[in-house]
Structures are given as C-alpha cells and as structure tokens.
Design a protein. Structure first.
Length: 165
C-alpha cells in the first residue's frame, strides 16, 4: 500500500490520529505549496518521516498536511480525490477514491478543512500531484488542483561523494 489518503493500513506506529505529535522536520524542510482553483485554496506541507521509514529496505515514508479553504460565496463538498505519486526510481502510481481519509467534508463559505496523510516511496525523492472533485450547491461538479509538491528526504539531493553532516 502506497498511501495517497486511501484510508488503507497506515505504516507501523502510524502518524495519524489525535495523539500524534508533529516533529519539527517540516521546519527543516521548510516547503509548502499552494494553489487556488475556482475559489478553493489548497495548501500542502510535506514532511519526511525518518521514524516510519526503513532505509535499508528502501521504504521511505512521507507525510503531508493538506489544508483547503473555501473562498467562494457558497457551500461546497469534496467528493473525490485523484493522486499521481511519482518516485525517483521511476515507479509511478495513481490513486483515485471517494473523499479524503474516509471523509467527504463540506466547506461553508470561509470554512477550512485540513487533514494529514502519507505515502510510501522506494527512494528518498519523488513528488505528488493531483486534484479534488467538489460539488457546488447547484449540483455542478468542478476540479480543484492540488499543486505538485516535492517529497524529499533531507539528504535526498546530495550529490555523489557528499556526506550528510
């Protein structure tokens, strides 16, 4: 299972649930990505989870926080998600499904929904991209882009012969 917020089996010692405390790695990585499509702002903050990864087995776990803000004048509901998960070893996968982490949240005007999920790569570098499908109050469906975001272990961009300090 590769993640993509499909609600499947999380990695051992899961980083999901209310008891999980976020480490400061996101500050170290310092990257966040944002896009606004049809009045819905999507912000993504990815992070590498060393404690959940198994480097010797080629299992690199990345978590990501998604925040959606409804900047429209009407209530909307998230129906579906689509993810493209790309690994630097050339392994690509797609994930499609209803909602996110088992929910199809409604966002009132000015409302926000956020969630945390994860994906597992076979290398220390990759990226994700995708979109959400929402439905407006009048029943019309529309897609909202999730900005492409990098997944990179802190040492993932070291060149040959370099050492991590």
């Amino acid at each position: 299972w590769r993640g993509g917020d499909g609600g499947g089996k999380p990695p051992p010692h899961s980083a999901t649930g209310s008891g999980w405390q976020r480490r400061s790695r996101a500050v170290f990585c310092g990257m966040s990505y944002e896009a606004v499509t049809q009045g819905i702002r999507v912000r993504v903050q990815p992070d590498f989870s060393l404690s959940q990864s198994d480097l010797e087995e080629g299992r690199f776990v990345f978590t990501y926080q998604i925040e959606m803000d409804n900047q429209r004048d009407e209530e909307v509901q998230l129906l579906f998600r689509h993810w493209g998960i790309h690994d630097s070893v050339g392994e690509d996968s797609e994930v499609d499904g209803e909602g996110v982490v088992g929910e199809q949240p409604r966002l009132v005007p000015g409302g926000t929904h956020s969630y945390r999920s994860f994906c597992i790569l076979k290398s220390p570098m990759g990226f994700m991209e995708g979109h959400f499908t929402f439905v407006a109050a009048d029943g019309s469906e529309f897609e909202v882009a999730v900005p492409k975001f990098d997944l990179e272990a802190p040492w993932g961009n070291l060149g040959a012969g370099e050492e991590m300090n």
